[in-house]
Design a binder for this molecule. Structure first.
Ligand code: SAH
Ligand code: SF4
Ligand code: F3S
Length: 525
């Protein structure tokens, strides 16, 4: 973090805290009457510095500070009174959780959620940069928002998330979509209130993106989506630098939250009646590596399994850091579920080497063997990329054979997409789209077949299902997930929503199971 950012972080509240109650309307009027120079001098960062992927790549030794003293200045609290916000979220669970924090900040400013873009006073696009098509979707959506802005010039449109961390994206928005009011990144979400306020009074686009990660801010407000399942960040960033991946640049270096802060959050969620938590990080197995004491994900899970919350998941695991201590703790079961998402990316050791995954096909298979020995019922799922530069037919066949050998029950499969700033983007993207698509199709066929076979085993069995709500297709049907993450649809009273119930599976489909509610508890599969 540079000096400029350090100052800003230590001045999270640029306005002096007072106990005086300020009427939001009066405050808004006062701010409107101020000259814009005066406002800028008083509240806001004025110098625009574009984000820089090279700077984002640097990993400084400096420790990360943890702040527990965040609060929204009184003067900003009523700004959203009578107004509505809408946040569109793209990308991974990390972004979904960031959206919950932004919703918390906006709610504390008086905003209420809008049902639709036409009804919103603030629209934020929380973006994902992982593949080109993810970015294209967002640019399409920005284009769609333009007429709304023409109709209602007071509408505030913001772009945040991983795409904002890329200089090329910021430049493209500055040039082609000047109606966007705010651009901010993944490291300064807590600055949203100030940025929003600045955008309200400034004619120019407000751009604040930090190339280097900020500190950890513990007590940001959150409005969680639902009251059954919750995300809990355990770490931020990624230091793995797989050669195809933009995440280490957009999310900064690995920073772990302290165990006591995580445990306290999980306890609170348990007390609030949440049934399931998912611990989040780009590479959760690297949890604790940045501490100056010995403590890893296994140790953390060993403490969390003692908390009275029925289900605990974690994502995403990196095979390289999956250690024996973790396997030993997971094998104890209880609220630690029998499902591990373990991205492999490729079945060829040579492709894995150029991807810089730092394990071979044999290492991966050995890890799977160890996990299965300790957890015989485990369900394994994965992520796979096809068409990486120079991937030969034989190497792709190795991926197919690995999928079979491991017996993955589901996989997210992707066509390689070059990402500017990553090492792989400098190599020739020399597999034709036709071949890439053909490989993807063959892979998907195999994955679907395995998924279906895995589902068939459930027919006639009784499973525990956490009921999440009405099925999307039929409001008379309830749906939820098993411990091993299979979607189950069944008819039962709506009063069961939020509870863990038993369901007897009557029919297996490729991606879901149909079943009947079991009122009398029986032995589960
Ligand atoms: N941290 C996680 C994954 C984050 S991104 C991990 O390491 O497993 C989710 C998935 O997107 C990755 O697992 C990978 O399969 C895919 N992905 C990442 N970069 C990609 C790229 N440039 N092109 C295609 N797929 C990509
Ligand atoms: Fe990307 Fe690799 Fe980090 Fe996952 S571990 S986020 S694929 S760099
Ligand atoms: Fe996308 Fe950023 Fe997640 S690039 S996958 S939203 S970390």
């Amino acid at each position: 973090m540079n000096e400029q950012q350090r100052k800003e972080t230590s001045q999270i509240n640029p306005v002096k805290q007072t106990n005086e109650q300020i009427d939001p309307e009066t405050n808004l009027q006062r701010l409107k009457n101020m000259e814009s120079d005066e406002l800028i001098g008083k509240y806001f960062q004025t110098t625009y510095q574009p984000p820089n992927l090279k700077k984002a790549k640097k990993r400084l030794k400096k420790d990360v500070d943890i702040h527990y003293d965040f609060s929204i200045p009184e003067e900003m609290k009523g700004i959203g009174k009578g107004k509505k916000f809408l946040i569109r979220t793209y990308g991974c669970q990390m972004n979904e959780h960031d959206t919950e924090i932004m919703a918390g900040l906006l709610t504390d400013m008086g905003y209420q959620p809008a049902d639709d873009t036409s009804d919103a006073d603030v629209i934020l696009l929380n973006t994902c940069a992982i593949r080109e098509n993810a970015e294209n979707k967002v640019f399409g959506e920005i284009g769609h928002l333009k007429p709304l802005k023409t109709e209602n010039p007071d509408l505030i449109i913001g772009v945040c998330g991983c795409m904002s961390q890329e200089e090329s994206v910021v430049n493209r928005i500055l040039q082609k979509h000047p109606f966007v009011d705010i651009i901010f990144g993944t490291h300064n979400i807590h600055r949203l209130p100030s940025l929003l306020q600045e955008a309200m009074f400034s004619k120019a686009m407000v751009v604040e993106v930090w190339s280097k990660e900020g500190d950890i801010i513990e007590n940001l407000p959150k409005v969680r989506k639902g009251n059954i399942k919750a995300w809990v960040n355990i770490m931020y960033g990624c230091d793995k630098f797989c050669t195809y991946c933009i995440v280490p640049y957009t999310r900064g270096k690995e920073r772990s939250r302290l165990p006591e802060d995580i445990i306290q959050e999980v306890r609170q969620l348990a007390a609030q009646g949440y049934q399931e938590i998912t611990l989040l990080g780009q590479n959760v197995n690297a949890y604790g590596k940045d501490f100056d004491f010995e403590y890893g994900l296994g140790d953390l899970l060993d403490e969390i399994r003692k908390i009275d919350i029925p289900r605990v998941r974690f994502t995403t695991s990196h095979p390289r850091d999956f250690d024996d201590r973790l396997i030993e703790v997971l094998a104890q079961g209880g609220n630690l579920l029998d499902h591990i998402h373990l991205p492999v990316q490729s079945g060829s050791s040579e492709v894995l080497r150029v991807m810089a995954r730092r394990y071979t096909r044999e290492d991966y298979l050995e890890l799977v063997r160890k996990i299965r020995a300790a957890m015989p019922n485990v369900t394994l799922t994965t992520d796979i990329i096809v068409g990486f530069p120079n991937e030969t037919d034989e190497q792709f066949e190795e991926t197919l054979s690995l999928v079979e050998e491991v017996g993955f029950e589901a996989a997210y499969t992707f066509i390689y997409s070059p990402r500017e700033g990553t090492p792989a983007a400098r190599w020739e993207d020399n597999i034709s789209m036709e071949v890439k698509k053909e490989r993807l199709q063959r892979l998907n066929q195999l994955v679907n077949e395995q998924a279906k076979q895995a589902m068939l085993k459930y027919e006639g069995q009784v499973v525990n299902v956490l009921v999440e709500g009405e099925s999307k297709k039929d409001p008379d049907v309830l749906s939820g997930y098993t411990e091993r993450n299979k979607l189950v649809n069944f008819k039962a009273p709506k009063s069961l929503i939020g509870k863990i119930v038993q369901v007897k599976i009557t029919k297996a489909k490729t991606w879901s199971l149909d079943g009947e509610y079991v009122e009398q508890p029986s032995e589960v599969y």
